[in-house]
Design a protein around this ligand. Structure first.
Ligand code: IMP
Ligand code: MG
Length: 183
């Protein structure tokens, strides 16, 4: 669905599907040149990064392998708890691998800082991050993210994989959720 179809549940559309696709295409060109001649493993963080991974990976004009990790730092609410739980681990041995973590959003940064440490301890050759969205004002820990799609305000957003209680992941655009939905 598009934002216009559920406009009563949203306040502002921050990024449209068209803008997302254009950005992912540009990031793909950058990643192709940065990893030229190197094997690349994309690690998607479930479930939010499913759409980013699907669209970004298919923009790449080269081979990559993909794996998935499921972690949760959020309960059912709209605030980051900082408590990270592994729900599904990788199937791939990271030893000697060039890893690009694909994420939907960096909010507090707590999830990614935990993941970075965790992956480093598994012997990856390099670890970088691609995040579609970043909320710079919400950062509790500084994350060195090499590929950022869009910087957005600290409002709670949904769409393009991002959910509120598992809803709105199939919204094609990224939009601010209307407060009457969660309050
Ligand atoms: P962080 O640990 O605070 O950086 O964020 C971890 C996870 O929280 C992200 O990967 C998202 O899945 C989720 N998250 C953060 N901000 C939002 C939001 O505005 N809407 C929906 N999910 C969010
Ligand atoms: Mg996520």
């Amino acid at each position: 669905m598009r934002a216009a179809e559920i406009s009563d549940q949203l306040t502002t559309v921050l990024v449209t599907e068209e803008q997302i696709h254009a950005k992912l295409e540009a990031l793909a060109r950058q990643v192709e040149s940065d990893y030229d001649g190197k094997e690349l493993l994309l690690v998607g963080v479930l479930k939010g990064a499913v759409m980013v991974m699907a669209d970004f990976a298919r923009q790449l004009k080269r081979e990559v392998t993909m794996d998935w990790m499921a972690v949760s730092s959020y309960g059912a609410g709209t605030k980051s708890s900082g408590v990270v739980q592994i729900r599904k681990d990788l199937d791939t041995d990271l030893t000697g691998k060039h890893v690009l973590i694909v994420e939907d959003i960096i909010d507090s940064g707590l999830t990614l800082s935990w993941l970075l440490e965790n992956f480093a301890s598994r012997g990856a050759e390099s670890i970088e991050i691609l995040a579609l969205l970043r909320k710079p004002e919400a950062a509790k820990v500084e994350i060195d993210c090499r590929y950022v799609g869009f910087n957005i305000p600290t409002d709670f957003v949904v769409g393009y994989g991002l959910d509120y209680n598992e809803r709105y992941r199939n919204l094609r655009d990224v939009a601010v959720l209307a407060p009457h939905i969660y309050s």
